[in-house]
Write a protein that binds this ligand. Structure first.
Ligand code: HEC
Ligand code: HEC
Length: 292
């Protein structure tokens, strides 16, 4: 009897393991195919001004859009994550130093990356939020490119990306923005310029940078990855809906909420939101307060 039970337990467990392995192999090969796909988009061009005001605007944008968070303050790139479950995710050295973008990396190449989410070879850029940068206005796009093109070269040679099982599975379940190329409406033209007066329109434009975690509805939801806290609701139905404008601004400047909770910058990039101007934060506040 016991032998029989043991035998059947063994068969059931064995079959489960085979099933799980087959499932994982299927997912891994699906993601490998999608990351290796070659895309082709019509080459675009854009006039890039080089005046100081534009460069300064580009520098501000590089900070508030998180380019410096992921690519490093000097844009020299870095290993963002390296662990057995997630794998190794590496941001590009965007400068012309050793290990950086090629000397002839042109405005067309910048646009292909920022508008379409693919590299020069047409292969998807992994984990680069091009589904957000594609929504930049033409004027802001030009300013960011202008700034990036003139930063001093940084010598920093980096290893390749190497996706781990958790990234494969989460991407398969559409729980991680690994392949922004798949999320972009590639025929959408850039809007020329955004109304930069304080108000809901500017807030909505800026809030694109919050939508990846706080969700497109800004109602929050499950943690963005295992081990992170749940993402809060930013609208009138959430805590910030009860805050004054000054409390909202103070929270995004210091990471400390009115109830005294200190937010960890690894969970919520408040060191990035701290760099927004008062006007930009006030616009975000107005926008979130317009959402029920
Ligand atoms: C969430 C992190 C993250 C943010 C924010 C981010 N990037 Fe990236 N970016 C990456 C990663 C990772 C790669 C490398 C993708 C790859 O190698 O497949 C990348 C690649 C790129 C490339 C492609 C270079 C090439 O090989 O052709 C450009 C250009 C770029 N980023 C510019 C920017 C700019 C400008 C910003 C700000 C507007 C920005 N990135 C914001 C993570 C990020
Ligand atoms: C990388 C993901 C991520 C991004 C991007 C992000 N947030 Fe958050 N945010 C979080 C998480 C997670 C928390 C909860 C942190 C905690 O519980 O400690 C949070 C908390 C907050 C809070 C506090 C809410 C509360 O109820 O206490 C505010 C306000 C906030 N975020 C605003 C923003 C704004 C505005 C942006 C865009 C400019 C933004 N966040 C971008 C992940 C993110």
């Amino acid at each position: 009897m016991l032998r029989k039970i043991l035998k059947w337990t063994g068969i059931v467990l064995g079959s489960l393991i085979v099933l799980l392995l087959t499932g994982y192999l299927f997912i891994a090969s699906n993601i490998a195919n999608r990351t290796d796909k070659t895309y082709s988009f019509a080459a675009e061009s854009l006039a890039i001004p080089t005046d100081t005001a534009t460069i300064n605007r580009g520098e501000h944008l590089a900070v508030i859009k998180g380019c410096t968070d992921c690519h490093g303050a000097n844009l020299g790139g870095k290993i963002m994550i390296d662990d057995p479950a997630l794998g190794r995710l590496v941001s590009t050295n965007l400068t012309r130093g050793r290990g950086g973008v090629p000397a002839d990396y042109s405005t067309t190449d910048w646009l292909r990356a920022l508008r379409h989410g693919v590299g020069r070879d047409g292969k998807p850029l992994l984990f680069m939020p091009s589904h957000e940068t594609t929504l930049l206005s033409r004027q802001d796009m030009a300013a960011i490119i202008a700034y990036c093109q003139q930063v001093p070269g940084v010598d920093n040679e980096l290893p390749e990306n190497d996706l781990g099982p958790v990234v494969n599975v989460m991407t398969y379940l559409d729980k991680m923005p690994l392949l922004s190329v798949e999320k972009i409406d590639h025929n959408r033209p850039m809007v020329a310029q955004i109304d930069s007066t304080e108000g809901i329109a500017q807030g909505k434009y800026l809030a694109v940078s919050c939508s990846g975690c706080h969700r497109p509805t800004f109602k929050g939801g499950d943690p963005v990855a295992p081990g992170f806290p749940p993402v809060p609701d930013l609208t009138l139905t959430g805590n910030p809906g009860k805050w004054t404008k000054d409390q909202f601004i103070a929270t995004l400047r210091t990471g400390k909420t009115p109830s005294g909770h200190q937010i960890n910058n690894d969970n919520m990039p408040w060191k990035m939101t701290a760099q927004y101007t008062d006007k930009e934060l006030a616009s975000l506040y107005q926008f979130f307060h317009s959402l029920n």
